[in-house]
Design a protein around this ligand. Structure first.
Ligand code: AKB
Length: 326
């Protein structure tokens, strides 16, 4: 699927963690007027609104989504709106509605309008404690312990079903924990990695909500955005996985990250007070086998741990200087 040639692009969840960077990158590649940013926020960041079309949209409202697809002659949808793992445990009904109903609407309307394609992200949260935690295979046990994870397993199978049943070109990645300094939702389990940078610069100290040995796959946002676009640009015959591709870049522990931060922020101290998110983190893989993504469409991560730390610290400092509260 070449996103450039198939009508306009709709990014649902454009105000969120991935959506913001993805929208900017897609606009840079195909032209700002060809990428419609959509989100539930009444006050989207000025940059999103100023740079191209913006629609206030709740994708659980099928009629509203239908209107946006027609109004902008949408050809491809990137559907990123989701309630993450920690927030999903606090409000499972909301997580179900946003994560499942909106995906179903997107897939149904994509078929009805014969769209060129859909991207939808799964997550390492699709895995659970019965999954091998080291070098987690592409095809393995999927018995998650969070409702978020359950919606990801369901979503993966829904995508697979719409591909098989309707021939819809829907593609997906199992994102690891993602780090960016631009948006901070606070609703996930991998968030300690982002919070550590923010608190290091703000207070020189961070109380981490997982144990120091907690290790999970993590990735800087630029790699995640590039992976998403590369997957969507790959020729259809190269896509052998229609549930969701394993994807990884880095795996490091909370203590390793704290040591990297301390090397850059003199005097930084991290202490540890695990909360309910520890059990979620413990149920996720430590390392991932993403060889299918590498073989099928040439996935290669670029950002290593040192680059990630330097970029995050520079970015968080820039945001603070601009008066943006993360
Ligand atoms: C979360 O922590 O819930 C997310 C994820 C790994 O999907 N960042």
């Amino acid at each position: 699927m070449t996103t450039e040639r198939n009508g306009k692009i709709l990014v649902i969840g454009a105000v969120g963690q991935v959506g913001r960077s993805l929208t900017r990158e897609l606009r840079a590649r195909v032209g700002a007027d060809r990428v419609v940013a959509a989100g539930r926020a009444t006050e989207p960041p000025a940059e999103l609104r100023a740079a191209g079309p913006f629609e206030k949209l709740d994708a659980t409202d099928k009629a509203a989504l239908d209107r946006v697809i027609r109004r902008h002659a949408i050809g491809t949808i990137y559907h990123l709106a989701a309630v993450l793992s920690a927030d999903g445990e606090k409000d499972p009904v909301r997580a179900w509605t946003i994560n499942v109903e909106s995906l179903r609407n997107v897939l149904d309307l994509a078929v009805a309008h014969s769209l060129a394609g859909v991207f939808w992200p799964s997550s390492i949260a699709a895995f659970g404690p019965t999954t091998p935690r080291e070098n987690t295979p592409q095809r393995t046990v999927l018995e998650p312990t969070t409702l978020y994870g359950v919606t990801k397993v369901l979503g993966e199978n829904l995508c697979h079903y719409y591909f098989k049943r309707h021939g819809l070109d829907v593609r997906s990645l199992r994102y690891p924990g993602l780090l960016t300094y631009e948006t901070y939702s606070g609703g996930g389990t991998s968030d300690y990695s982002v919070e550590m940078f923010i608190e290091a610069l703000r207070h020189g100290r961070y109380t981490c909500f997982v144990r120091p040995d907690t290790t999970m796959p993590l990735m800087y946002i630029d790699d995640a955005v590039r992976a998403t676009i590369e997957l969507m640009q790959a020729p259809a015959q190269r896509i052998s996985i229609r549930t969701s591709y394993n994807l990884t870049a880095l795996s490091f522990s909370a203590a390793e990250l704290a040591a990297e931060v301390a090397r850059r922020v003199p005097g930084f101290v991290c202490d540890y007070q695990p909360n309910f998110r520890q059990a979620i983190a413990d149920s996720w893989p430590r390392t991932i086998d993403d060889s299918a993504a590498r073989q099928d469409w040439g996935w290669q991560p670029r950002v290593d741990l040192a680059m990630l730390c330097d970029t995050m610290l520079r970015g968080v400092a820039d945001m603070a200087a601009k008066g943006v509260r993360l």
